[in-house]
Design a protein around this ligand. Structure first.
Ligand code: IPD
Ligand code: CA
Ligand code: CA
Length: 261
């Protein structure tokens, strides 16, 4: 038997510790390195957070496995896997812009069971337990009930090689703007999803994401009453790159615009 409630409590605890640690660092003291290109950054805090989260989880559950942005994957036997983004929104973090979070999802035998997304700057802890709901600081959250795109607020994001326009992401974005839709770009996919779950945004889409960006957030949107698919409408799988997450009422409107060539 798996103690999902125990995993969730630990996810909340370690996300909080990592977020609070990162928040105390003066951004002038950050050691910033680049990864795939000059825009793709990592700091010593991203690395420290992932190490620390793994250490604390391993101390409690020595057999659990990990997949994280900075340390990769441990061997996977299909048991319990913690999928970690130690700082989602690293560019914002590296610039001292307080829109970033720690995101942790816990997958058990291939099913995402629970997770936490913590944004220390607003003291907001989003949590989710499959079948039991999504929560913000312990209170149940729901997606918004707006069905008119013209009165709604949306959010999207772009990959680090956006200048190469992979998958036509630049034209896709312009199709929304041409229709007068209000679209934000916050720079943290995990927060984008948490904010759809709690009704701040009606929808989110992004073409190329990794499992650690979405592990907890996609479950939050579903548990908050929303809908999550790939761009082509297929059932969502965190290991495949595209995502549309919405309040459900505007899902097909987003899908249609993304289909325009
Ligand atoms: C990035 C953020 C951003 C999204 C990028 C991600 P990182 O993650 O979630 O919003 O547009 O695709 O890579 O690098 O800040 O962890
Ligand atoms: Ca990320
Ligand atoms: Ca990250």
């Amino acid at each position: 038997m798996h103690d999902i409630q125990g995993y969730l409590e630990l996810a909340i605890e370690v996300a909080k510790e990592a977020g609070d640690y990162a928040q105390l660092v003066r951004w002038q003291d950050l050691v910033i390195e680049t990864k795939s290109n000059a825009m793709d950054l990592v700091t010593q805090i991203d690395k420290r957070n992932e190490e620390e989260i793994r250490k604390r989880v391993t101390a409690r559950y020595p057999n659990h496995e990990f997949l994280g942005e900075e340390m990769g994957a441990t061997s996977s036997s299909g048991g319990v896997r913690w999928i970690i983004d130690p700082i989602d929104g690293t560019i914002n973090f590296a610039h001292g812009l307080p829109i970033w979070c720690v995101s942790i999802g816990v997958e058990v035998e291939g099913v995402m069971e629970c997770g936490a997304i913590y944004q220390p700057n607003l003291n907001e802890m989003f949590s989710v337990h499959r079948g039991k709901g999504a929560f913000l600081n312990g209170s149940r959250i729901h997606v918004s009930s707006l069905d008119d795109p013209q009165r709604s607020l949306f959010v999207t994001g772009f990959p680090y090689n956006v200048q190469e326009n992979p998958g036509g992401v630049i034209q896709q974005f312009s199709h929304f703007l041409e229709r007068g839709w209000l679209v934000r770009r916050l720079g943290s996919a995990a927060l984008d999803l948490a904010y759809v779950a709690c009704g701040r945004f009606e929808g989110f889409w992004e073409a190329f994401l990794s499992p650690w960006d979405v592990s907890a957030g996609q479950l939050m949107v579903r548990e908050a009453g929303g809908k999550v698919t790939h761009y082509n409408g297929d059932d969502y799988n965190i290991y495949k790159p595209s995502i549309i997450a919405s309040n459900g009422l505007q899902h097909s409107a987003i899908e249609e615009i993304l289909r325009i060539k």
